[in-house]
Design a protein around this ligand. Structure first.
Ligand SMILES: Cc1ncc(COP(=O)(O)O)c(C=O)c1O
Length: 455
């Protein structure tokens, strides 16, 4: 067993010029900006890891090295406390009553909606629809927008290498429409070895029939950041753009105005909040193109005034797309998660992610057994956002996962919910977040080095 100390080193963030060229540049890191803004947490100025302390599962199990944040992040104590406070002090439904607890819940959820709108730079709170996650968000786009706006001959551009949550809803929509005699076409576009979308290839696929392009901001296996604003410029203003931002929100500043998209989906549990929470942001300009696919609860439908007239839902956005009781504790935790991120600052999180990813890349590149999947390993600008995936010659991904797990190092193995290139063979994915350190990477690398030496 490789020994591990409790004094964890991180990379220098403050004043950093970006990823450094060598270990000589490593400095002890405290997340100064986070600490400065903390009201309830004690100031730390030492060499200890400044962030792990705020994540009880990590703090209470110091032997664990958690390298699977792209699956789900650990939860800070402030997020857990926010959920417990709801259950223990004012457990009532939202928007359903005028007694004190009900009002407090309603106000709390409104304030989370405002926080999310500010976080994304949305124009208005009516653009923020609460969902159960990215999957639910993209399905909502398919059925609330797609079912009501697509006609025979229309085309949707999609990437078969994306997470299945960004592929299957479109295939399902196509099959559903076909049952009612509407034939739409799904046109695939591809990804370059750098892990980024093939921008020119995508543009070449656009036709006068293209109605929607579905995109991913940061790929869940390849880890590259796509230039979404560039795609908007390439394809013009008319085509609807839907963005899967599951791996970017909470990792870097996401500004819906700058991106130029129409829909953006993400999951709360990948940015420190509870599972079963998410957001679908929808630009106001297409609100009049939406119809709900779930109805009930507090919603209402207009009475038909004449024979044959359909019952039409008459709710305003965002409630038009929020039938039924929301995940109240989960959404309250999303508000707390945004507070946490704002305290740490997105700049710090992004810089830490980039620096750690390039550190990990440099070390993995030294092992001849490592074969990278598409991503920053093949990029001219190897700027990572916390995700690296690879095969390790001589071991299956599953074997490697077991070996690492036996050393309390938790990574993801498999096909990572994809059905394209990354699904051809199981791989190992390491994903990092603000609580990870270079020392943790060193420990992981020492295990891999032992496997190399044993061959
Ligand atoms: C890029 C991407 N899209 C969609 C999803 C699905 O997210 P959820 O399961 O939270 O709906 C994930 C989850 O891993 C993802 O990484």
């Amino acid at each position: 067993m490789i020994p591990r100390t409790h004094t964890l080193k991180c990379l220098s963030i403050a004043g950093s010029q970006g990823p450094t060229n060598g270990d000589a540049h490593l400095q002890l890191f405290t997340i100064a900006s986070y600490l400065c803004h903390q009201r309830s947490l004690p100031i730390m100025t030492t060499t200890q890891h400044a962030c792990r302390k705020y994540f009880p599962a990590l703090e209470q199990q110091p032997e664990v090295i958690y390298l699977d944040s792209a699956s789900t992040t650990q939860k800070p104590s402030s997020v857990l406390a926010g959920m417990m406070e709801y259950y223990q002090r004012y457990c009532a439904n939202v928007g359903r009553g005028n007694y004190t607890w009900a009002q407090k819940v309603t106000d709390g959820i409104s304030s989370v909606r405002e926080k999310v709108a500010t976080f994304l730079h949305a124009h208005h709170v009516s653009e923020i629809v609460f969902t159960s996650g990215t999957t639910a968000g993209i399905n909502t786009i398919a059925y609330a927008w797609g079912l009501h706006n697509l006609r025979s001959g229309d085309e949707i551009l999609y990437c078969p290498d994306d997470h299945k949550a960004n592929v299957l809803p479109w295939l399902h929509l196509q099959a559903l429409l076909q049952r009612f005699g509407t034939i739409i076409h799904l046109i695939p576009y591809s990804i370059m070895p750098s892990g980024e979308i093939d921008y020119e290839g995508l543009r070449a696929k656009v036709s006068s029939k293209t109605r929607l392009i579905t995109l991913t901001h940061i790929h869940n296996v390849f880890g590259a950041l796509n230039d979404i604003a560039r795609i908007r410029t390439l394809v013009g203003k008319e085509i609807v753009l839907s963005l899967d931002a599951a791996q970017s929100v909470g990792h870097l500043a996401v500004d819906v105005q700058e991106l130029g998209v129409d829909f953006l989906s993400f999951s709360g549990h990948k940015m420190f909040a509870a599972p079963g929470t998410g957001v679908l942001w929808i630009h106001t300009r297409i609100h009049d193109q939406l119809a709900p696919f779930l109805v009930g609860g507090e919603q209402e439908i207009a009475s038909p005034s004449g024979a044959g007239e359909a019952y039409l839902p008459v709710h305003e956005m965002p409630h038009l797309l929020e039938a039924g009781t929301l995940n109240i504790p989960g959404l309250l935790s999303l508000g707390k998660a945004i507070d946490f991120i704002n305290d740490v600052t997105l700049t710090t999180i992004e810089q830490h992610g980039k620096t750690l990813t390039s550190y990990l890349l440099r070390h993995l590149q030294q092992l001849p057994e490592v074969i990278f999947l598409p991503g920053i390993a093949y990029s001219q600008r190897p700027l990572g956002y916390g995700i690296l995936s690879f095969y390790f010659e001589g071991y299956t991904a599953s074997e490697l996962g077991f070996i690492l797990s036996s050393h309390n190092i938790y990574v993801r193995v498999g096909t990572h919910c994809t059905r394209g290139r990354a699904a051809q063979q199981d791989s190992v994915r390491i994903s990092l977040h603000v609580y990870n350190t270079t020392e943790e990477i060193d420990t992981c690398m020492a295990i891999l080095q032992q496997l190399t030496n044993a061959r």
